[in-house]
Ligand binder design. Structure first.
Ligand SMILES: Cc1cc2nc3c(=O)[nH]c(=O)nc-3n(C[C@H](O)[C@H](O)[C@H](O)COP(=O)(O)O)c2cc1C
Ligand SMILES: Nc1ncnc2c1ncn2[C@@H]1O[C@H](COP(=O)(O)OP(=O)(O)O)[C@@H](O)[C@H]1O
Length: 338
């Protein structure tokens, strides 16, 4: 059995040192009731880990090595909702990955637990010292920590690496600060990946993630037009992570059966047919025929093909769709053979 990262939810933040804490599952995400003691005496890394990009991956590998050296579980810790959703609710950053997907991506890196702490105003108000004492020392009894050079903690992000080092030394806790991974130009970060997606640059996003960016959703009924023009498209709804900006993309899909197929993806309105500028998320699955309605599809974005156009005729659109399919196949093969 491959290792699996278990999600544990900590809904109630610990009170003063020594007060017992409680964990509880949130039914919709499949978390299990779990005792906090299984996370204790481990090694920790606190972050958002949104995307589990190449920088996160190298940090999490170090976390695994430290857990092997010191003994105890390796625990990645995130705060949910993202603190920015509480501090700046009018403009929260869109998510790159759901929590279950983050855990899935952490599994092959040997992370034992993804601890999801509910973000509350009380937690955000804790001073760096209180946060360290109550959470890291009393609640989790950590043996070691691994963080990146820009780690901050406590109210207004006032605790920095120098302070963390001092507090870890006092507690005789191991601390490793990893150098930030870069792509030769700049530091790899979730916000840079979001920026690439908002500029349709899914190829650069994939390079920083170490895999294509994924958006999952459920297939709903569309206008029943695609099959008539020879290109049926599964219309996606209820996606919860950030899609790239409108455009036509090459990618691949994973069906519920686990089968993977290349896919030509359309994100945007259908200006050839409609004046309404409603955004649609449509996928033409290559080498597939059959019903996809009500299935959950995972869509991976490999490259940008072109912008959405208003074509003069349906024939012009279908001629372009044929070229899009050929381009998709080429991008898909390049990605597979990279
Ligand atoms: C790869 C791909 C590219 C597309 N590009 C365009 C486009 O540039 N302009 C446009 O009006 N519609 C475009 N479409 C959308 C078609 O108009 C749409 O699939 C069709 O209207 C069927 O919609 P339905 O699934 O709701 O029946 C594209 C679809 C695919 C799969
Ligand atoms: N290769 C394929 N790619 C996408 N959908 C397909 C494919 N083959 C069959 N289908 C089915 O056809 C539906 C799309 O046909 P379409 O006429 O575009 O209908 P709708 O407008 O309801 O999406 C999909 O939801 C799926 O159930």
């Amino acid at each position: 059995m491959p290792p699996v990262t278990e999600i544990v939810y900590l809904d109630e933040f610990p009170g003063p040192a020594g007060t017992p804490s409680r964990t509880s599952p949130r039914g919709d995400t499949g978390a299990r009731q779990s005792d906090l003691d299984r996370l204790q005496r481990g090694v920790l890394s606190i972050g958002n880990f949104d995307g589990v990009h190449l920088g996160h991956q190298s940090l999490l590998r170090r976390l695994r090595s430290m857990a092997d050296e010191l003994g105890g579980p390796s625990v990645a810790i995130v705060f949910d909702p993202h603190p920015a959703e509480i501090l700046r609710p009018e403009n929260p950053p869109p998510r790159l990955t759901t929590l279950p997907r983050r855990a899935e991506l952490m599994s092959p890196l040997g992370i034992d637990f993804l601890l999801v702490c509910r973000t509350t105003q009380a937690l955000l108000n804790l001073s760096p010292d209180d946060f360290f004492d109550r959470f890291i020392v009393s609640t989790l009894t950590a043996r070691g920590m691994v963080e990146g050079p820009n780690f901050c903690f406590g109210k207004d992000r006032r605790g920095d690496i120098a302070m963390l080092r001092q507090r870890c030394d006092e507690q005789q806790m191991h601390l490793q600060i990893v150098t930030a991974a870069d792509d030769g130009a700049e530091m790899i970060s979730s916000s840079r990946i979001r920026q690439c997606l908002s500029q349709s640059d899914v190829a650069s996003a994939a390079a920083m993630l170490g895999r294509p960016h994924r958006v999952s959703g459920i297939v709903v009924t569309g206008d029943q037009r695609g099959r008539k023009i020879g290109f049926p498209t599964a219309n996606l709804d209820q996606w919860s992570t950030m899609p790239p900006s409108p455009g036509v993309y090459s990618g691949c899909v994973e069906l519920e059966s686990g089968a993977r197929h290349p896919a030509a993806i359309h994100l945007g309105p259908n200006p050839t047919f409609e004046t309404e500028m409603k955004l649609k998320f449509e996928i033409h699955v290559l080498d597939y025929s059959g019903s996809l309605y009500d299935q959950i599809l995972a869509v991976d974005f490999i490259d940008h093909i072109r912008a959405v156009h208003s074509f003069a005729s349906v024939d012009d659109l279908t001629a372009q769709l044929k070229r899009d399919v050929a381009t998709t196949r080429r991008h898909y093969l390049n990605w597979m053979n990279r």
